[in-house]
Design a protein around this ligand. Sequence first.
Ligand code: FAD
Length: 447
Amino acid sequence: MKPDIAYQPDSGKSGWVGILSERHPNPALKADREADYCVVGAGFAGLAAARRILLLNPKASVVILEATQVGSGPAGRNSGFMIDLPHVLSSSSYAGETGTDRRDIKLNRRAIDFVNNMVCEFKMPEESFRAEGKINGAASQKGLRANNEYAEHLDKLGEPCELLDKQTMESITGSSYYLGGLHSPGCAMIQPAMLVQGIAGGLSAYENCRIYEQTQVQAIHKQGDRWNLSTPGGSVLANKVILAVNGFVENFGYYQRRLMHITLYASMTRELTAGELADLGGEERWGITPSNPFGSTVRKISDSGGHRLLIRNRFSYDPSLTLIDNQIEAAEADHLSAFVARFPMLSHVPMEYRWSGRLCLSRNHVWALGEVAENLYSACCQNGLGATKGIIAGIIAAELASECKVNSMMPEFQTGEIPQKLLLEPFMTKGARVYLKLREWQAGKDK
Ligand SMILES: Cc1cc2nc3c(=O)[nH]c(=O)nc-3n(C[C@H](O)[C@H](O)[C@H](O)COP(=O)(O)OP(=O)(O)OC[C@H]3O[C@@H](n4cnc5c(N)ncnc54)[C@H](O)[C@@H]3O)c2cc1C
């Protein structure tokens, strides 16, 4: 029988998973189970939801169902910037509207603290989460202007930041490519796969929380006043369900034609040798987001997986949630040209991993978050800043499901606005693709 709810994993092996030592995943569901709460999806939102439920209802039974292995979904295949500041992708410099930005910073920082608490409590390795800050790198005059504009905006918000000159950028990155930078201290740099696997490990230690991996929810229906979720090996009958499946929430029948599905692409080098590290120079570790939101993100990591560089650029709009096979290969040229332009001394170093991952946006930049049917909640559509906003969405959905009316961790969040409808086809897809290409082209040297 064809499953009601389609799912397709992301393409290519995430370098973050590749550089970890082998892990034994939790087994797939192979029996019928009952639970107070069932969380679908073990990304940032799903894991945060489960954790918040357990904090609010220590005796509740919680089952988490994940279609792939923890860390293999987008939560383990991103660039690893858990950003506290405004990060509006449609803007020229990430700045948003002052009032909204003030509220978002508060929410983002609570999410980062929430993760930090788990990192400490679950005794995760230091490299999984470091509150080190990040730099917006500018490689063009336009990029420098965007950094200045953003610095002024942060100043108005009372947020500390520091403009860096070309020499300082070179002494940090080893690359003479950047003309300037803007450092902000509040971003946590994560090893995303290690972080989500560590959180999943911590949650599995609770007797009343079970995680089933390689367990795709294929159908969901009401059974009396409970929800029945079918998977290939068994079903879960739950009082309350949280869908933390990001864009796949459409396949569950919610927010249809309201979500924009974007694919992002990243590559990671093989381990750099001692000689290559000396040729590169610069600091041990650093993380650069582009001053232009459509430019290249670059990271240098120096941890248990060795010294490596990561590069992320290129966007594609894929409304069917399925990726055309040759798109990862198409990203290769973009990654290599951005890499060689920044690190000509390493032009011979091959990429060991190349992968893609999906994220989900709405036209009006709001979450797909709230109760979508009786006792069924959505914690989806993180609008690009999924590492932080996914955690926020999971916490809020857990609080709604737990009927936590006082002591909310996210009191500033207001329910109400839902993602705006998309334009009619073919205008939506054509328009989105032209927009992405144009913005990437406008990013110029910052790409
Ligand atoms: C290359 C790349 C770089 C990025 N860089 C950053 C960054 O630096 N900072 C940042 O904040 N964000 C970044 N993002 C975005 C971020 O990774 C996502 O927004 C984030 O992972 C969303 O979290 P989530 O928990 O909502 O969803 P996801 O991480 O997508 O998790 C949803 C989970 O649901 C599971 N699922 C779906 N359907 C089913 C089903 N039927 N049954 C069971 N399970 C199901 C999926 O397998 C998946 O694991 C990046 C994304 C990519 C691809």
